[in-house]
Design a protein around this ligand. Structure first.
Ligand code: GP9
Ligand code: MN
Length: 443
């Protein structure tokens, strides 16, 4: 076991990417507010229905000079969906090849997650806000293992008939109610808000969304635009609150989409609705990506999700770097001025000149800035066509596939053998999950 751990450390140390000096520590001491945008895909950004923007707030946020966003950022989840995304963002390790790591291993495994790292190396308090059942995805146990101080689950929210939804309560109400707890957190804090309204089956009443119905027979696609629009409005309200409360100037807000909302079998119908003139993701689809010849390459293009950082004074812009959910934690730690070189993390800082731009999907497919490789078939990102590679280029692809296989397998070994028990970073005290009591309020 300790030999396995050594192998993993050897890998993560050699794969480590040093921080970008012009970003390192620029958010030092700020509160971190993370907004988990449920099922939110990048193609929603800029998309229009009947000439109306689906996400007018996010579209304007991205254009602000102190907003940094990524437009080639991919989700990397497997069967664990939301929980896989959370696991990658909190730990920079992959979910499992099947099932959910949170559910299977979240109670007993040793984690070195963001809440405990930030508490111990930077004095942060941590909290999660989620309007649903605390036991969903085993969160009530995992969050203790991750070192969270507070978990405001459904018990803390009003669940009257007109507020609740399948997975929690309506996002606008959830943000509204979360604010009163957030205000009382000891600063600096690391707080994650998990939205749920934009979740399959994307049901919303006309009262909650006046957004037009897209021109399709697919009720889920119609609903998806409408619930995403509602989420966008909820975000706008939350940001307005951050401004008036004064929290905005002491905080960095990070928003991300956890995974796809529309499954591949709906993408053909979706394709004819996408608006390439205003939608950057649609514009990246190749000309041949009409509903008739929609293929696996095109499905892969739609696995982009947003990653957005907003902070007064942040060097903003749309960054085209290729990366995925595994890369978020080292990126965030470096923005906060916390060194990550002693941590066991599989991702690399998106802002580092040494960032690894190969994005591993959980099924071993992968994307690079030039190629998309699906079941060993190589597509050119520019043309969307299958490419015939020279022997030398094929060797490069083979090496990248080996690299993808290696990182997934090392991460699996780490999780399945609970190897972090055997490695304690310098200056770190392992989390004692029994210490947390999530029933306490802040009153
Ligand atoms: C429920 C929500 C949904 O709490 O996070 O999880 P998902 O179905 O997207 O994995
Ligand atoms: Mn989800």
């Amino acid at each position: 076991d300790s030999a396995d751990m050594d192998k993993i450390l050897q890998y993560t140390r050699s794969h480590y990417a040093a921080p970008n000096v012009s970003y390192y520590g620029t958010a030092k001491g700020k509160n971190v507010i993370i907004i988990h945008m449920e099922s939110f895909q990048q193609f929603l950004i800029g998309q229009k229905v009947d000439g109306q923007e689906v996400t007018p707030f996010l579209n304007s946020l991205i254009k602000q000079k102190d907003t940094l966003s990524f437009d080639n950022f991919y989700h990397q989840v497997g069967n664990g969906k939301t929980s896989d995304a959370e696991n990658m963002l909190e730990t920079s390790t992959f979910g499992l090849s099947s099932g959910s790591l949170f559910t299977a291993l979240g109670t007993d495994n040793t984690f070195q997650g963001a809440p405990s790292l930030l508490q111990q190396y930077a004095g942060y308090t941590s909290a999660v806000f989620h309007g649903g059942l605390g036991t969903f995805w085993n969160r009530n146990n995992v969050y203790k293992s991750l070192g969270y101080n507070y978990f405001f689950d459904g018990n803390f929210y009003n669940h009257d008939a007109d507020t609740r939804t399948a997975y929690g309560i309506k996002d606008k109400l959830m943000f509204g109610e979360s604010i009163k707890y957030m205000e009382h957190l000891q600063q600096p804090f690391y707080a994650k808000v998990i939205t749920t309204t934009n979740h399959y089956p994307f049901f919303i009443t006309d009262e909650d969304s006046d957004f037009p119905e897209a021109n399709t027979d697919d009720a889920y696609i119609k609903g998806y635009f409408r619930t995403a629009h509602y989420l966008d409005q909820a975000l706008s309200e939350f940001f307005a609150y951050l401004k008036t409360s004064g929290l905005e100037k002491n905080s960095i807000v990070m928003l991300y989409g956890d995974h796809f909302g529309l499954s591949d079998d709906r993408n053909k119908d979706l394709a004819s609705l996408l608006t390439p003139d205003s939608n950057p993701t649609a514009a990246k689809l190749t000309n041949d990506a009409t509903p008739d010849d929609w293929n696996a390459f095109d499905n892969a293009q739609l696995q982009r999700v947003p990653l957005i950082f907003h902070m007064p004074g942040l060097k903003g812009g749309v960054n085209h770097t290729y990366g995925g959910e595994i890369d978020v934690l080292p990126t965030l730690l470096h923005l906060l001025g916390v060194k990550s070189n002693n941590f066991v993390q599989f991702g690399t800082d998106l802002l580092s000149p040494q960032h690894d731009t190969t994005i591993a999907f959980r099924n071993h497919d992968f994307v690079t800035p030039r190629y998309t490789v699906l079941s060993g078939v190589v597509y050119d990102n520019k043309t969307g066509q299958i490419v015939k590679l020279s022997a030398a280029d094929q060797a490069t692809i083979d090496a990248k596939q080996q690299h993808v296989n290696q990182e997934l397998s090392l991460s699996d070994t780490l999780a399945n053998k609970n190897l972090l028990r055997f490695y304690v970073p310098k200056g770190y005290t392992p989390v004692n999950p029994d210490q947390a009591d999530f029933s306490q309020s802040l009153a």
